[in-house]
Design a protein around this ligand. Sequence first.
Ligand code: PRP
Ligand code: URA
Length: 208
Amino acid sequence: MKNLIVIDNPLIKRDITYLRDEETKQYQFRLAVNRIAYILAAEVSKNFELIETPVKTPLETTIGYKIEKGVVLVPILRAGLSLVEAFLEMIPYAKVGHIGLRRDEKTFQPIDYYYKAPNNLGAYTVIILDPMLATGGSASVAAEFLKGKGAKEIIMANLIAAPEGVSHMEHDHPDIKIYTAQLDRGLNENAYIVPGLGDAGDRTFGTI
Ligand code: PRP
Ligand code: URA
C-alpha cells in the first residue's frame, strides 16, 4: 500500500473511537468528524508547494510564503460533505466541486447522479473528500471523472479505509496519494468496512 498515508495521532484515535461507537449521537459524530478533518487537511497540505513573497512587518521586510496552486475540494455526496467545512476553514480560498455517487445496494457499484466542478481542473490541486474508502469503486469513478475534466494532481482524504479500497485505487490510479485517519481490517459480505463505523452518510445526516 505504497500510496497510503495513515495519520498517526492520539486525537484521531480517540475520535475514531467516538465514530465507531454506535451510542454516539449525531451531533457528537459530526463534531468528531470535523476535528479529524482539520488534522487531515493539515496533513494533505504538506503536498502544497510554496512561493516566496515579501512581507512587511511593523519592523522590517522579511520573506513570507504563498501557496502556489489553487485548490479544489471535491466531496463525494453525500457523506463527503461532512469533511468540507474543516477543509475550507484550513484552505479558505479553495473552490468546491461536487460529485454525486451512491452505491447500488446489491452490486455495490457506484451510480453517478451529479457532477459540478470548476473548469480548468488541471490548474489546481484537487482533493477528493469521502469519509469511507470501502471497495474503492466510488473513489475510482470520482477520480476518473475528474481526470476526464482535466485534473492532473489529485489527492484523496478519508476517515476510514479498507485494504480492498486502497488496492483498487492503487491499481486504477497509481498517481493518487490517499490520506486516511484509520486503516481497518476489511469488508464484510455487504461491502461495509469492518469494524468500521456503519453507514457514514446515515450517521452524519441522521437518516438511519
Ligand atoms: C458511501 C461512502 C462512499 C462509498 C464508499 O457512500 O460515502 O462514497 O459509500 O464505498 P465504496 O468504496 O465501496 O464505493 P454511499 O453510497 O453510502 O452514499 P451516501 O454518502 O449518500 O450515504
Ligand atoms: N459506505 C459507508 O458509509 N460505510 C461503509 O462501511 C462502506 C461504505
